[in-house]
Design a binder for this molecule. Structure first.
Ligand SMILES: Cc1cc2nc3c(=O)[nH]c(=O)nc-3n(C[C@H](O)[C@H](O)[C@H](O)COP(=O)(O)OP(=O)(O)OC[C@H]3O[C@@H](n4cnc5c(N)ncnc54)[C@H](O)[C@@H]3O)c2cc1C
Length: 317
């Protein structure tokens, strides 16, 4: 059986939860078994995960705010009770903090940030992930009875085909937390958080200063995109740290990545090179980013970015 931890926020499943459940159900089909989802929040229409292939949704009650220790205990208990041999989480901040704990509790082999469905042949179970800053693909064969995987965001498009399924409530057995959560501040607004974003507008040191970011925000607004930045820009405080993408920041895989005034250093590319379409705006024709770009605009960003925004406004009108 395949068990998927489906993350939710504000009463709705996250996009990464739909991806993980779809990935789980496809894996279960390959194994000739079923896929169940476990959810730890009150979700409107919790059974809708059936549309993505879950045969049942288990709603765990009494866990409260996210705490990797108690959540790992509770989810591994469900995995043991259900006899799960594959456990899947999203490669989100919650998933990243759960995968190691789940693997230890379930005595499982684990691979994080898997980005393709496993290859299952006879008794062998092989998964793939990007390594060396996206320059190579590694293949891992998991030989343990139980396997724990985290799924990299935007690795596959979840298709809704089934129908809603039943939801069973269960009291979570996570025990008391050793961590007291004093305050939770959630991101406001409608745009997707960076790891889940399909459209991203990003900028770097070429912006000259934080006061110029209005043109980036306007373009992002017009597209419904999430904003991002290069590391130095976050380091010097022009932008918040959660916007920093790259080797030491968030790794993203959007459908569209627009980079303005970013040179394209290897450490930046490490986090963005899996984007499906990269548009680079840079006034230096030698900027390394052009080598990774699908479309390049060699010009002054202060001229080009507002013109793209204007063109989008006109096209919408
Ligand atoms: C261990 C390590 C980890 C790192 N991790 C990361 C990471 O995760 N993410 C990351 O981003 N960096 C990371 N870095 C830093 C990285 O090496 C680069 O220094 C950084 O990405 C450069 O940022 P930038 O492109 O914004 O700035 P710059 O390199 O200064 O580039 C600015 C670019 O803007 C262009 N420009 C200037 N004015 C204009 C204009 N008016 N119009 C158009 N273009 C213009 C310039 O031609 C230039 O190409 C890391 C470095 C190290 C050593």
């Amino acid at each position: 059986m395949v068990l998927v931890f489906a993350e939710a926020q504000n009463g709705t499943y996250k996009k990464s939860a739909l991806e993980a459940v779809y990935f789980g159900s496809q894996t279960a089909a390959k194994l000739g078994t079923s896929c169940k989802a476990v959810v730890t929040e009150n979700v409107d229409n919790a059974g809708s995960l059936g549309q993505y292939g879950a045969s049942e949704v288990i709603s765990l009650t009494g866990l409260g705010s996210f705490d990797s220790q108690t959540f790992a205990k509770a989810i591994s208990k469900v995995a043991q009770d259900e006899g799960a041999n594959v456990v899947i989480v999203a490669h989100s901040s919650a998933g990243k903090s759960l995968i190691g704990r789940l693997a230890v509790r379930l005595n499982a082999g684990s691979v994080s940030a898997v980005n393709e469905l496993p290859e299952i042949e006879g008794g062998s179970f092989t998964v793939r992930k990007n390594v060396f800053s996206g320059k190579a693909i590694a293949q891992y064969q998991l030989n343990s009875d139980t396997k724990v995987l985290s799924l990299a965001g935007n690795s596959l498009k979840p298709m809704a085909s089934g129908s809603d399924v039943s939801v069973s409530e269960r009291a979570a057995e996570g025990g008391a937390s050793r961590v007291e959560v004093l305050e939770v501040t959630k991101q406001q607004g409608d745009v997707a958080p960076l790891p889940e974003a399909e459209l991203v507008v990003s900028a770097g040191r070429g912006m000259k200063g934080p006061e110029n970011w209005g043109i980036i925000e306007e373009l992002a607004n017009e597209l419904g995109a999430t904003t991002a930045c290069s590391r130095p820009v976050a380091d010097i405080g022009w932008r918040p740290h959660h916007e920093h993408v790259g080797q030491t920041g968030v790794a993203i895989k959007p459908n569209l990545y627009i980079a303005a005034g970013i040179s394209g250093a290897i450490q930046h590319l490490a986090g963005v090179s899996s984007s499906k379409c990269i548009v680079v705006i840079n006034k230096d024709p030698e900027a390394p980013f052009f080598k990774a770009a699908d479309y390049g605009v060699c010009a002054d960003l202060f001229d080009v970015v507002p013109r793209i925004t204007e063109a989008l406004k006109k096209a919408k009108a």
